[in-house]
Design a protein. Structure first.
Length: 228
């Protein structure tokens, strides 16, 4: 049950496992306000369902779902352009993978910070992971630090507002264990880049998730079509 005496914090909630653990972490000290972005991704409907399930699970009072379909217009990512194939994990190219959505986290954080200013939240949580991840440049500590400087320079001086990425240097195994210890509802989450009824089990996101659960010795509870 929500404690109305807790200060507000905005959590960027994609519906995936990392952002869900962020909600659990934030809920220990803050009242979560959940921010979700529909950006024309292949699994937009399934991710939105996961988000709404999490809103109900955590009994969240403050929510915002934003349409950012301009990402589909911009293109340049396999997640938003169906002409670019989503590679299986073992076939990933070197460098930044084609599943990277150009500067997505920069866009997301800008909108989340705007909302945080309006509702009076002092922190914005994001589930960026650098240690055990796909290698997206906007999930690095250097990016989070730089964006925090921009937030301090570009928001009201009277209100201290900062971005917090508590999972940044955790492995997927660590994230699973932390989530289990906090009671995170992993069964409500969705991580797959291309499947909506069943997770494909072979995309980068699925493989990293499955690896985390396997290394933690815990069974993942969402359905998979197959496993790499």
């Amino acid at each position: 049950m929500t404690n109305k005496l807790k200060p507000l914090a905005v959590i960027v909630a994609s519906g995936g496992m990392d952002s869900t653990v962020c909600i659990s972490i934030a809920a220990q000290r803050y009242e979560p306000a959940l921010f979700h972005l529909n950006y024309g991704q292949r699994t937009e409907k399934r991710e939105l369902k996961a988000f709404l399930d999490l809103v109900r699970h955590f009994n969240v009072r403050h929510t915002l779902v934003v349409d950012a379909s301009h990402f589909r217009q911009i293109g340049g990512s396999a997640l938003t352009d169906e002409n670019i194939a989503i590679p299986s994990f073992g076939r990933l190219e070197k460098g930044v993978p084609v599943t990277y959505v150009p500067f997505r986290n920069g866009n997301i954080l800008a909108m989340a910070v705007s909302w945080a200013e309006v509702i009076g939240a002092g922190k914005v949580f994001i589930g960026a992971v650098e240690e055990d991840s796909s290698g997206y440049p906007d999930c690095r500590e250097t990016f989070i630090k730089a964006f925090n400087h921009a937030v301090r320079a570009g928001t009201k001086a009277a209100r201290a507002l900062s971005i917090f990425a508590p999972l940044l240097h955790l492995t997927k195994k660590d994230i699973v264990i932390k989530g289990v210890n906090l009671g995170s509802p992993f069964h409500l989450t969705w991580s797959c880049y291309q499947g909506e009824s069943e997770a494909c089990g072979v995309c980068d996101s699925c493989v990293l998730r499955l690896k985390g659960f396997e290394q933690a010795g815990i069974q993942d509870s969402i359905p998979y079509r197959k496993q790499a």
